[in-house]
Design a protein around this ligand. Structure first.
Ligand code: KIV
Ligand code: ZN
Length: 432
């Protein structure tokens, strides 16, 4: 059973106000091997990608964007190896991305030929600045491009019925695109693909560059959710980046607004400030009692391996995964945590103050850094005496003895070490 914390939003307990909750995990897509990879100083080798892919599958991803095979020979080779060496489990679908050009689409389809199921991810930028400055295209030309290229992809894939083909269409720069234009682009793709049962389409709405508060993105998603054609045959996906530091919030609000699928990277790797961090999203769900269907029960092993693959260190304060996130520095926190652990019953709701999740669920342990100085309370002193010297002080003595330690710290104008505390203790109580 999934634990959840005793301090989720109060609405979860008694619904005093109608806050929305996410009640089931989205379909996750890892783009570590594509968006994540393209943002590395040194893109991953085929061997590293194979190891990373295997790890993603072990974690539980059922959809993995494996690369950009028309743009990179390494990626083409990697995808072919996955398929030819039968490394893709039957319940996992690879996704390959392509720009909307016929030669690139053809090469992309070649890369996944023979897969049981494959998603071809076609994208083009739709925002006004890109139309004007980058492509010099008017809106009708953009729509024609989408219509033609999706039809071309359909023709190629119809001729290869041994694979179950799924179209993913992304209006790149969606969040900076007029909503009616974005809708027209997506509906054009849906119609050109002839979406219907057994022939689904994924409409993936990226922020590309995060440009507004997350509620604005959620409003955009909700509007698309209400207006898309063939909605029942469409999987509505989001692809938040993190330029304003609100990628996680954007993904969470977007799910409440109708998104069914989330694309991101482990630990928020990806272009610029990263793609949305799937570890944080998944474990945020976990703390609310919703099993994310991704396994982070040995988060340290995942973090160390991803660091090796990407050569990027995990920040020590990264939610759930950073080296310091289960370390308490403050004496009052330490005291509360100690009491929480003593009161916590196995398999009950997690009720240890200051720890948003049981570290053991992630294969981790709680650490306390005890710094005793003139400002510290009795908790740190008592803890060090017990941990390092096996002395359990009764409560009244804790108050009395911590005053002794505080006076000492004040006089020395410095921190007091565990050894000094022990000496003071012996001088105060154990002198013959
Ligand atoms: O961020 C983005 O817009 C992308 C698209 C190609 C989906 O990565
Ligand atoms: Zn992206």
């Amino acid at each position: 059973a999934t634990k959840y914390t005793a301090f989720p939003p109060i609405a979860l307990h008694d619904r005093q106000w109608p806050s929305q909750q996410i009640t089931k995990p989205p379909v996750w897509l890892s783009t570590d091997l594509r968006d994540g990879n393209q943002a590395l100083f040194e893109p991953m080798s085929v061997e590293t990608k194979i190891r990373f892919f295997t790890r993603l599958v072990d974690i539980g991803f059922k959809e993995v964007e494996v690369g950009f095979p028309s743009a990179s020979q390494t990626d083409f080779h990697f995808v072919r190896r996955l398929i030819d060496e039968k490394r893709i489990p039957d319940d996992v679908t690879p996704m390959v991305i392509t720009q909307a050009r016929e030669d690139l689409i053809a090469r992309t389809v070649e890369s996944v030929r023979g897969a049981k199921r494959a998603i071809v991810h076609l994208y083009n930028a739709t925002a006004p600045v890109w139309r004007k400055v980058v492509f010099n295209m008017e809106v009708p030309q953009v729509m024609q491009l989408i219509q033609d290229r999706v039809a071309y992809l359909k023709k190629l894939t119809d001729a290869a019925p041994e694979t179950e083909w799924v179209l993913q269409y992304s209006p790149e720069t969606f969040s900076a695109t007029e909503l009616d234009v974005a809708l027209q682009a997506c509906n054009t793709a849906i119609e050109a693909w002839n979406a219907r049962p057994g022939r689904p389409v994924i409409i993936n709405l990226p922020t590309t560059v995060e440009n507004a508060t997350p509620n604005v993105f959620a409003d955009q998603i909700e509007w698309m959710h209400r207006h898309l054609n063939q909605r029942e045959h469409v999987v509505l996906s989001v692809h938040p980046h993190n330029d304003r530091g609100t990628g996680v919030a954007a993904a969470e609000l977007a799910q409440m607004a109708g998104a069914q699928r989330v694309e991101g990277c482990l630990f928020g790797n990806g272009e610029r400030c990263g793609n949305v961090d799937i570890v944080t999203l998944a474990l945020n769900l976990y703390t609310q009692g919703v099993h994310p269907r991704l396994d982070f029960s040995d988060i340290n092993a995942v973090a160390r391996e991803v660091e090796e693959f990407t050569q990027i260190a995990t920040h020590p304060r990264h939610p759930y995964a950073g080296d310091l996130v289960f370390t308490a520095f403050s004496g009052s926190h330490q005291d509360a945590i100690k009491k929480g652990f003593a009161a916590q019953k196995a398999d009950a709701i997690w009720e240890v103050p200051y720890l948003p999740i049981d570290p053991a669920d992630l294969g981790r342990t709680y650490d306390s850094v005890i710094r005793v100085n003139s400002q510290s309370g009795k908790g740190g002193v008592a803890y060090l005496l017990e941990k390092d010297h096996g002395v359990v002080l009764p409560r009244r003595m804790q108050v009395e003895f911590s005053a002794v330690v505080q006076r000492h710290a004040e006089a020395a104008d410095a921190e007091v070490s565990s050894e000094e505390i022990w000496k003071l203790f012996k001088n105060t109580y154990l002198r013959a």
